[in-house]
Design a protein around this ligand. Structure first.
Ligand code: NAD
Length: 347
C-alpha cells in the first residue's frame, strides 16, 4: 500500500508541529504545504523547520491552495482558523478535491453548537463527496469534552459535571494570542469586550454541546463569562508578550443548565507563562453520580503538543470513517501511533 498522503494548510505553530510529528512517523508522507506568510513563499517546508528528510525535496510552501491540492492527498490538516464560518469555504474546497479534512478550528470540534446550519451543510457535502470531516484539538476536542465523556462510561448515573483546565497559552501562535488579548491593556480589554472582538477561549459551547449530546441530555441554557488575568511582571513567550499591568490571558467560565441548575460547569483560566507568577497548571474533571469520579492531571497536558498529536493521531480513523461530518464522540478513541500508520487503515 502507498504511504498515506497528507497536505498541511496553515503552517503556523500547529501546522509546523504537525509536519514535524509526521516526519517522525512511518507510512505517511507530506505532499503539500500551503501558507500565506510571505516569509515562507517558495521555501521547502523542511528549511523552515530546520529539518532534513530524504523524501520531501519537492515540497515547497505555496500560497495557492488549488495548486497544492492538485498534488493529491488522502487527507488535509487545516490549521488556519478558530471559527466554523472562517473554515467553511476552506473545508468545502478540500472536499471538492475528494479529500478528507481534520480541522483545528475550535468551533469545528462540535459545529452544531454555534453553526447548526453550516454543520448540516458540511455533513451533507461530505456525504456527497464521499469524504469525512473532523474538528479536533486539545481543547475543545479532548480535555474538557471527550475525556469527560470517556470517564462517564464507568458511571451508572451522572448528576453533575465539572471540568477545569488551568493552562499555559505559551505554545500557541499569533492567532490565539490575538483571540486571548495577550499583552493588551485593561482599557483595550474593555473596548474589545464591548465591540465583541475579544473571543477569549473559543470552545465552551462546543464542549458543553458535545458532552450533552454524548450523555443524551437536553440543556435548557448555556452561558459563559470572561475575566482578564493581569500580570504584575513582564512575561514573554514565543509568540506573545505581556508587560506588567497588561493581560497575560483570560479566565473563562461557562455553564450548561438543566431545570435552572448547573449540570455542566467549565472553568478555564489561560495565560502565557503561568508559572512566572506561581500558577501551577493542571487538568481536573469532577463527576458527581454513581460513583463519583475525580481526575487530576498535574501539570496540564501540553496544549501545543496535545493539539498537534490529536490531529495526527486521528488521521487513520478519519480515513476509515464512513463519510460525513464527525466529532470526537463518533470516532474510535485517539491513541498514539507507534507502528506504521498504514496498519491502522481498514482494507
Ligand atoms: P498561528 O497563528 O500560529 O498559525 C496560523 C497560520 O495559518 C499562519 O501561518 C497563517 O499565515 C496561516 N493562514 C491563515 N489563513 C490562511 C489561508 N487562508 N491560507 C493559507 N494559510 C493561512 O495559529 P496556530 O497556533 O497554529 O493555530 C491555528 C488555529 O488552530 C487557530 O485558529 C487556533 O485557535 C486553533 N487551535 C485550536 C486548538 C484546539 O485545541 N482545538 C488548539 C490550538 C490551536
Amino acid at each position: 500500500m502507498d504511504k498515506i498522503k497528507v497536505i498541511i494548510w496553515g503552517f503556523g505553530a500547529m501546522g509546523r508541529g504537525m509536519a514535524q510529528m509526521l516526519l517522525m512517523k512511518k507510512g505517511v508522507e507530506i505532499t503539500g504545504v500551503c501558507d500565506l506568510n510571505p516569509e515562507y513563499k517558495d521555501k521547502n517546508f523542511l528549511e523552515v523547520l530546520k529539518m532534513t528528510s530524504t523524501e520531501h525535496d519537492e515540497v515547497k510552501i505555496d500560497d495557492d491552495i488549488d495548486r497544492v491540492l492538485k498534488k493529491g492527498a488522502d487527507i488535509v490538516l487545516l490549521a488556519t482558523d478558530s471559527f466554523t464560518k472562517g473554515a467553511y469555504d476552506k473545508i468545502t474546497k478540500i472536499m471538492s478535491y475528494g479529500m478528507n479534512v481534520i480541522s483545528t478550528a475550535e468551533e469545528m470540534a462540535y459545529p452544531y453548537a454555534n453553526e447548526p446550519e453550516l454543520a448540516s451543510q458540511l455533513d451533507h457535502l461530505a456525504k456527497a463527496y464521499g469524504v469525512t470531516v473532523l474538528g479536533t484539538g486539545i481543547n475543545p476536542g479532548f480535555i474538557m469534552d471527550l475525556l469527560v465523556v470517556a470517564l462517564t462510561g464507568a458511571m451508572v448515573d451522572v448528576t453533575h459535571v465539572e471540568a477545569k483546565r488551568v493552562n499555559s497559552l505559551s505554545p500557541f501562535g499569533p492567532t490565539v494570542m490575538h483571540e486571548q488579548g495577550v499583552g493588551i491593556s485593561i482599557n483595550e480589554y474593555h473596548k474589545r469586550v464591548m465591540d465583541g472582538t475579544l473571543a477569549g477561549h473559543v470552545g465552551f459551547k462546543e464542549s458543553v454541546g458535545m458532552i450533552a449530546a454524548a450523555l443524551g441530555v437536553k440543556l435548557e441554557d448555556f452561558q459563559q463569562q470572561m475575566e482578564p488575568i493581569i500580570t504584575s511582571i513582564d512575561r514573554k513567550s514565543t509568540y506573545g508578550e505581556a508587560k506588567s499591568g497588561t493581560l497575560a490571558g483570560i479566565n473563562m467560565t461557562g455553564q450548561g443548565l438543566i431545570n435552572g441548575d448547573v449540570f455542566i460547569n467549565m472553568i478555564h483560566p489561560q495565560q502565557i507563562e503561568p508559572e512566572m507568577e506561581g500558577t501551577e497548571t493542571g487538568d481536573y474533571i469532577s463527576l458527581k453520580g454513581t460513583p463519583n469520579i475525580e481526575m487530576q492531571i498535574k501539570p496540564e497536558i501540553n496544549g501545543g503538543i496535545g493539539t498537534i498529536a490529536m490531529c495526527v493521531n486521528m488521521i487513520p480513523h478519519v480515513i476509515n470513517s464512513r463519510p460525513g461530518l464527525k466529532t470526537m464522540i463518533d470516532l474510535p478513541v485517539p491513541r498514539a501511533i507507534l507502528g506504521d500508520m498504514r496498519d491502522l487503515i481498514e482494507a
